[in-house]
Ligand binder design. Structure first.
Ligand code: GLU
Length: 464
């Protein structure tokens, strides 16, 4: 079987962590089987859909590396197709036109609620009932098209994540397929598209479980084979509430802008509600091989930003220096930094710093140590420390300029001074970098370069 999955976002906002996780699972399932991954934009909510959201979704998918084989398809460009299928359903007796007005629906709803009933459309425009009731189609008001839902029996499926699920048909009313303006409802558009796009596995959030019985009825009415359904559980914030803006960064764009590496976010999303033994960190290629529905959890997953940051840190440590430099450089620009042109090569600086940073902005912050425009302030030191710094400056003038040689000089000078290492190195750090803490000072000196190091030491010694 040629596996075909799809991701079908509604472009009403940024790509949310939950949506990205659904997209990742659908993508991985297609990739694992050498199948196709289709991208479909469900833009039928005309009031809430925006081009900016479409762009943000496409950008986020690209940034995450979730490449699609077909699409993006836009539902609003397929209206004729939905119209045609709706007509086909009417001709086969599975659908009918309904002219009920908003006011009539509201009145019915009120009446049902008043008598303690669940509000639902009463099927009055089903042709045989309309006839019995003597209803006449109004001439100038376009109808909606409704599905004739079976009234008896039940509908069920074997969900790949949740196992068997069934709904009594009596709970479902005659849903609208096509609105009066010709725009399909979600349940109808999805079925026509999943059929036309030959989707074999419908993978989506479990907030759609209630829609699936309606969709199955439509598939059956169209005499189509059903796809497999996999409903993945929701994602909650640390407080157990559904993940939302209240929980801080919840969109892929925000994580990108906070300096996440895409592979770190992918790894984090993969683990949200799916597990492979106790594996926490794995490349996306392994995830594709390992992914299966049996290990998708049936209950909601909790998103832990601290764990996301931890993963990002792990990936930054392992990232290529030149790649990190390309991410850090824009952050140095426009700050009080000289930029790499005025200091050591950025990739060398990052090679030294990356083991300790947990985000790209933090790396940029640390890198300022090498590029700050402002000279470090003079430091107050005891006389014997001052003497040691002077001795150090003397020796550094003549030594080979590499980490090992510099380290040798540092040890020699400290030993000769009779002081302890930190007694000399802490003020040294302050003098040459303006900071109390730095990575290995020998490596820092090497990168700063002899000229800068000597100039700062001499200014300190002169008392300027
Ligand atoms: N547009 C729907 C959503 O964003 C798609 C659901 C589905 O995958 O069927 O929730």
């Amino acid at each position: 079987m040629n596996i075909r999955t799809r991701f079908a976002p509604s472009p009403t906002g940024l790509l949310h962590i939950g949506g990205a996780r659904t997209a990742l699972y659908a993508w991985a399932w297609a990739r694992k089987h050498g199948g196709s991954f289709v991208l479909r934009i469900e833009d039928t909510d005309l009031e809430r859909s925006t081009q900016a959201s479409v762009n943000a979704i496409l950008d986020s998918m690209k940034w995450l590396g979730l490449d699609w084989n077909e699409g993006p398809f836009f539902q609003m460009q397929r209206l004729e197709r939905y119209q045609a299928v709706a007509e086909q359903l009417i001709a086969a007796g599975h659908a009918y036109r309904c002219w009920m007005t908003r006011e009539e629906l509201d009145a019915l709803r009120k009446q049902q609620l008043d008598s303690g009933l669940k509000p639902r459309y009463d099927g009055r425009w089903r042709p045989e009932r309309a006839k019995a009731l003597g209803l006449v189609p109004p001439a100038h008001r376009p109808p909606v098209i409704r599905f004739r839902t079976p009234e008896q029996g039940s509908v069920g499926w074997q969900d790949l994540v949740k196992g068997p699920i069934a709904f009594p048909n009596a709970e479902l009313d005659d849903l609208v397929l096509l609105r009066a303006d010709g725009v399909p409802t979600y349940n109808f558009g999805v079925v026509v598209d999943d059929l036309d796009m030959a989707i074999t596995h419908v993978i989506r959030g479990d907030d759609h479980v209630n829609n699936t019985p309606r969709q199955i009825h439509i598939f059956r009415a169209l005499q189509a084979a059903l796809p497999e359904f996999a409903h993945v559980p929701m994602i909650l914030g640390a407080d157990g509430e559904r993940l939302s803006k209240r929980h801080g960064a919840v969109s892929v764009t925000q994580y990108r802008d906070q300096g996440f590496l895409p592979e770190a976010l992918i790894n984090c999303l993969a683990r949200l509600g799916w597990s492979h033994g106790d594996a926490e960190m794995f490349p996306v290629g392994d995830f594709v091989q390992w992914f299966d529905f049996a290990h998708v959890s049936r209950s909601a997953a909790q998103f832990d930003p601290a764990k996301a940051h931890w993963l990002n840190q792990q990936y930054i440590k392992r990232a290529d220096d030149a790649r990190l430099a390309a991410l850090v450089e824009p952050l140095l620009q426009g700050t009080q930094a000289l930029g790499p042109a005025g200091g050591p090569p950025l990739h060398k600086v990052l090679a030294l710093l990356k083991a300790r940073a947990d985000s790209i902005p933090q790396l940029a912050q640390e890198a300022m140590l090498f590029y700050a425009r402002q000279e470090p302030a003079r430091v107050e030191v005891a006389a014997e420390v001052g003497a040691a710094l002077a001795a150090l400056a003397e020796k550094l003038k003549a030594t080979a300029w590499d980490r090992a040689a510099i380290n040798g000089v540092l040890k020699e000078v400290v030993k000769a001074s009779g002081l302890k290492m930190p007694q000399v190195l802490t003020p040294l750090r302050a003098v040459v970098t303006g900071r109390e803490q730095t990575p290995s000072i020998d490596a820092v000196l090497e990168l700063l370069g002899r000229e800068t190091v000597l100039a700062r030491l001499e200014r300190q010694i002169r008392g300027a």
